[in-house]
Design a protein around this ligand. Structure first.
Ligand SMILES: [Zn+2]
Length: 438
């Protein structure tokens, strides 16, 4: 490999995710560091995302991700970076520069100057990478500390001292609540969204919320999961919060403030405002799980994506004494990433691509990704010999089925049985519990 090419690759390695995303004209959200969008290669909605603070990108549809701009460019453009051509092409994209011509001859002087530059660049890259790793670790540790602070400030849900709202919420959504001390309730938990004039985080709302820890192996608290509650908002009993979108801002609309009337339905449909999620997490989630009831020492574990479904199922089977009930937080953390080659076309669903041509929606496959990290999916204790997985019946069926099959394969061990339980079609366990309880 010529020096010119080596320098070219080193230069490309120094390009940050943010710089590359700008060159590639990827979409940036108006605020924040996480920028979800359809994958330029796999399509879908919000399948692809990059994070400018953590220097990471990820494609849920392709089951792939990484922490460098070259890899991101290669995935978006369908290049194979294991091949020399693919790698150079990806470098050329992130640098917005042509691949240097290897045939050109150069003077000794030029050569010496370039070697020096190459060496400097290499050292700078090493230093930058070390700084980035430090600041990432710092950021993660700060977030974990904040999460532990939120958990500590909340009161155990079942205790009489806790705001009764938490119990009422689970009563409404799941027909009862667990007699366990994992779940907590905060009387006034801040909901951060957007930025104030000085660029600091903005508290859009503050109110009662169920606070659950995310625990890793060894029961270490690695993060927390927050569900804001508003008993005046059936059927989900969660507050209605809205945010101005980039499109809305471009149209000259003003931010939505809590206390304002909800945006007009037509503005929501046009994507000028968006309804904001009323569940959030702080700290780390990956590899952890949310305990709901029982003790992780149990040999039978029962859980799915959300706290509500796990609770509803626990209520339904009478909180078995031999079982531990949990939630994974989301489907990705329940099932882990897919092996890219197991990706398949959805048998029915189609979506127009960038050129308006209808193409089948691609679904992450049932085979777990090879060589994945231990924390790519929730942990399951080695002693568990029955793992009951609860499927979400109101999510897209094919995608959910593939993910549940992947979860079963991922968590499979000799002598462990893993039944997958489906609610009635079109339902989740929470809604079934509510209708049974009425
Ligand atoms: Zn993709």
């Amino acid at each position: 490999m010529s020096e010119a090419i080596k320098l070219f690759i080193e230069d490309a390695r120094a390009v940050s995710i943010e710089e590359a995303a700008k060159i590639m004209r990827l979409t940036f959200k108006r605020t924040g560091v996480e920028h979800p969008q359809p994958c330029p290669h796999c399509f879908g909605t919000d399948t692809f995302s990059f994070n400018t603070k953590k220097e990471k990108w990820n494609c849920r549809a392709g089951g792939i991700g990484g922490n460098d701009a070259i890899g991101m460019a290669a995935h978006c453009e369908g290049l194979d970076i294991k091949s020399r051509e693919g790698l150079l092409e990806a470098c050329s994209i992130v640098l917005d520069r042509d691949i240097p011509d290897e045939g050109e001859r150069e003077s000794n002087e030029d050569r010496a100057a370039r070697k020096k530059r190459l060496e400097e660049r290499r050292l700078q890259n090493q230093a930058d990478a070390a700084t980035r790793a430090d600041s990432q670790a710092d950021f993660r540790e700060k977030e974990r500390a904040k999460a532990r602070g939120i958990i500590k400030a909340a009161t155990v849900l079942r205790s009489v001292a806790a705001p009764p709202l938490g119990r009422s919420y689970l009563q409404h959504r799941c027909n009862s609540f667990p007699d366990a001390s994992w779940l907590r309730v905060g009387a006034n938990v801040s909901y951060w969204h957007g930025q104030d004039e000085r660029g600091g985080p903005l508290e859009l709302y503050s109110g009662p919320a169920i606070v659950a820890p995310f625990i890793g192996r060894g029961l270490v608290e690695i993060g927390c999961h927050i569900t804001w509650v508003d008993l005046h908002q059936p059927p989900k009993f969660r507050p209605l919060l809205f945010g101005l979108t980039k499109k809305g801002l471009a149209c000259g609309l003003v931010d939505w403030v809590f206390g304002d009337a909800p945006p007009l339905a037509i503005d929501l449909a046009d994507g000028l405002y968006e309804q904001l999620p009323t569940k959030k997490m702080r700290g780390s989630k990956k590899g952890g799980l949310i305990p709901i009831a029982g003790n992780p020492d149990a040999r039978r574990w029962v859980g799915g994506e959300g706290v509500e479904n796990g609770t509803a199922f626990g209520v339904w089977e009478g909180w078995r004494g031999d079982s531990f009930y949990f939630a994974a937080g989301d489907l990705g953390n329940l099932s882990g990433p897919a092996e890219p080659s197991s990706r398949f076309a959805h048998p029915m669903l189609k979506k127009p691509d960038a050129k308006g041509v209808e193409r089948p929606v691609m679904v992450a496959g049932p085979v777990p990704k090879r060589d994945q990290d231990a924390d790519d999916a929730m942990w399951v204790a080695d002693h568990v010999d029955e793992l009951v997985l609860l499927a979400d019946g109101d999510s897209e069926r094919v995608m959910t089925a593939a993910a549940m099959a992947r979860a079963r394969a991922r968590h499979a061990r000799p002598r462990r049985i893993i039944p997958i339980v489906w609610p009635r079609a079109g339902y989740d366990f929470s809604r079934m519990a509510v209708e049974t309880g009425e």
